[in-house]
Design a protein around this ligand. Structure first.
Ligand code: GUN
Ligand code: FE
Length: 447
């Protein structure tokens, strides 16, 4: 298939590459084979040839192609709670709201129902890759794998490991460290051996919930599994002052240092939140080539904090964007991209005019713009996962969305006599909504 389209992508942070009337050739495996720009010597020949064989698909005027969004932090079981209990502190929110909800996924019928609705909602919002926490349950987690494969979403899925009786309730906890490790191995085998997963569209993830919820034996065992199986890893890291303080007390070091000691900081590790990182933690994360999932909306509600995104990007850390459903109240990556810009502006300017500007962020200038927000929502997330997604580059998967800027129920307004170039993407990032998302492709397939 060959697509004739205009659009935008951001392979390099801070820069937007404008694709003006390009031809994108997609191979049978769903990867981008070649991109021909208007004006390239062979553009006309290729276009005429594809047109003659009926292989050419042309996007209508006013429609723009973007890479599909990479949501780097989703709690699939928390979807029924989206927009609920946002004024409760993290510790209480987990015990009173979240653990009781997650415990319900013992019920496979309930799990299938919720996971089906969630995956459909995320695809409709343009999320082509999602990194999911499931629950402690083997069967329900397998159901999420099945549903992602059925609907065609690219997904990385972890059975949550949480076995610390001090921090996890009796009704929702792995029975033992061995049970947590065995369950993790069993899910890895299930995903890798799945008959419909020949393209590895779904990948398994080693998923210690966070340090407080795991015993040291489990953290150590999961580090060994990640190494043996070469799996991705995801966990929460230095999210709130309570959680950060808990790890300092229990392990006498920061989350980052402790995770590193257990072998859990690797290429393909995604640390959610990371609000309370020290400068040394940032260096360690960079050295291990691990990544941060920036969750701006969730951080505002649960961490009372802003991740120093710009400092992390300038240091060269891998950073992607996450909704943190349901710590964040929106399944939309566009809304989270806008949230990332907004909170960066507040970190830059401060909210208290009496605090002098030079003492507002210890990490220096904080402000980002729509280019950085777009980058972390797409290519940044792909790089964090070390997967060929998030940009339109030969060899990368064709995971893409179409923004129809003319949709009457959409919220983008373009004016032909004034909007052009990057300005169009700026308006899309700031104003687009779900009705503007006209199509979603994963691996070259419409989903
Ligand atoms: N820390 C441990 N579990 C969770 C969770 O489910 N959500 C958030 N935001 N933080 C956590
Ligand atoms: Fe989370």
């Amino acid at each position: 298939k060959t697509l004739s389209a205009s659009g935008f992508h951001s392979p390099v942070r801070g820069k937007i590459d404008i694709l003006d009337d390009v031809l994108i050739e997609i191979d049978v495996a769903g990867a981008i084979k070649a991109i021909h720009r208007y004006g390239d010597p062979n553009y006309r020949t290729i276009r005429d040839a594809r047109e003659a064989t009926g292989e050419l698909v042309t996007l209508p005027n006013g429609s723009y192609l973007l890479p599909g969004f990479v949501d780097l932090h989703v709690h699939a079981p928390q979807y029924p709670q989206l927009g609920d209990a946002l004024d409760v502190p993290l510790e209480a929110w987990l015990q009173k709201h979240t653990f009781p909800l997650e415990a319900r996924y013992e019920d496979l019928v309930f799990a299938r129902h919720v996971y089906g609705l969630l995956v459909d909602d995320l695809l409709a919002n343009g999320t082509t890759t999602a990194l999911y926490f499931a629950t402690i349950h083997q069967q329900a987690t397998r159901a999420l794998v099945d549903i992602c494969l059925e609907r065609g979403q690219r997904a990385l899925i972890g059975k949550v490991a949480m076995d610390n009786p001090q921090e996890c309730p009796d009704y929702y906890r792995d029975a033992s460290s061995d049970a947590a490790l065995e369950g993790t191995r069993a899910l890895i085998d299930y995903v890798r051996g799945h008959p419909d997963n020949g393209e590895s569209r779904v990948l398994p993830v080693v998923t210690p919930r966070f340090i407080p919820s795991c015993t040291d034996a489990t953290l150590e065992g999961l580090g060994a599994i990640a190494r043996e199986c070469g799996c991705h890893v995801q966990t929460h890291c230095s999210e709130s002052d309570w959680e950060h303080g808990y790890v300092l007390t229990r392990h006498g070091m920061t989350d980052t240092e402790s995770l590193d000691r257990f072998g859990l900081l690797r290429r393909g590790t995604v640390l959610a939140h990371a609000n309370f990182l020290t400068a040394g933690d940032m260096e360690t994360i960079k050295a291990r080539e691990a990544a941060v999932a920036h969750c701006p909306l969730s951080n505002a509600y649960f961490a009372n904090a802003v991740f120093p995104l710009r400092a992390a990007l300038e240091k060269g850390l891998h950073v992607g964007l996450g909704t943190d459903i349901s710590g964040g109240p929106s399944a939309s990556m566009l809304e989270n991209a806008r949230g990332a810009i907004l909170v960066s502006r507040m970190l830059q300017s401060g909210v208290d005019p009496n605090v002098p500007a030079e003492s507002r962020s210890t990490f220096g200038p904080a402000q980002i713009d729509f280019r950085d927000a777009f980058h972390i929502a797409t290519a940044g997330g792909g790089a964090a996962l070390d997967l060929p997604v998030g940009q339109f580059t030969p060899g990368y998967q064709f995971d893409a969305i179409v923004i129809d800027t003319a949709h009457e129920k959409g919220t983008v307004r373009l004016f032909e006599d004034r909007d052009a170039g990057e300005g169009i993407l700026q308006k899309i990032i700031y104003t687009a909504s779900r009705p503007n998302i006209a199509a979603t492709w994963v691996g070259g397939r419409s989903v």
